[in-house]
Ligand binder design. Structure first.
Ligand code: ADE
Length: 233
């Protein structure tokens, strides 16, 4: 799986993703993350890639040409990549989208800055407009990092067998049950008895109940959906 991140801040993106699990996955060659600096494709010696918007209004817009050239630079080396533009005006990113994307060989993540990017180049190259939530960030770098992280962990081999269990609960449509590690007692609070019992059936039952309770309390929308789906079975 190859991620090509088109950005004005390649160091920001790489410094986050080179750590921890994604960093190890890169070292092992399971994923490849390449940040391409759009400024390298500026058509002027000052490295300017933005300009005022036609029609007026506050803020600057990224120009079409450097974005297009950065895209072409990647596109020459890969066949038919999905091009995801990070924007609050996109489809909401979720686990299902992460799963779908994990099957691709190459993904281009396009990060805008300032007030966004000239619409003409977006129309030419973007296959998916993607938002990470209903709020506005200063740029697409954090969303691109989030997506690269969420998709990478679904690539076979990226998570060790210990870690892979962690995502299974979300697949069920429920939030994760609470977990505990040593010591058995912390500031007078004990680990739930059932987890020390060694009785696997009871532990599983307890965890499922806890997942249901937690989901009902924190995400009633997910809980409703879960109950509806499981009533129909
Ligand atoms: N860029 C700025 N805000 C964003 C958001 N919420 N999702 C994706 N890209 C963005």
């Amino acid at each position: 799986m190859n991620f090509h991140i088109l950005t004005l801040f390649p160091d920001m993106v790489m410094s986050g993703l080179k750590e921890s699990i994604t960093g190890r996955a890169m070292e092992k060659g399971l994923i490849n993350i390449n940040a391409i600096n759009i400024r390298d494709f500026a058509g002027n010696k000052y490295g300017h890639v933005d300009d005022y918007t036609y029609g007026g209004g506050a803020g600057m817009l990224m120009q079409a040409e450097p974005v297009y050239k950065a895209y072409k630079f990647v596109e020459e080396t890969v066949t038919k990549p999905r091009v995801l533009y990070m924007t609050p005006q996109g489809k909401r990113f979720d686990q299902k989208m992460a799963e779908e994307l994990s099957k691709e060989d190459d993904i281009i993540l396009l990060c805008g800055h300032y007030e966004g990017i000239d619409e003409r180049v977006l129309d030419m190259i973007v296959t998916d407009h993607v938002s990470i939530g209903d709020f506005v960030l200063t740029g697409g770098e954090l969303p691109a990092m989030m997506i690269a992280d969420a998709v990478s962990r679904l690539v076979p081999g990226v998570l060790g067998s210990d870690e892979s269990a962690v995502y299974e609960s979300f697949y069920d449509g429920l939030l994760e049950y609470p977990q505990y590690t040593r010591p058995e007692e912390f500031m007078g609070v004990k680990v739930p008895e059932v987890l020390l019992s060694g009785h696997h059936k009871n532990i599983e039952k307890w965890r499922h109940e806890q997942a249901l309770l937690r989901t009902k309390e924190r995400r009633p929308d997910l809980y409703e959906k879960y109950v509806k789906e499981h009533d129909n079975k």
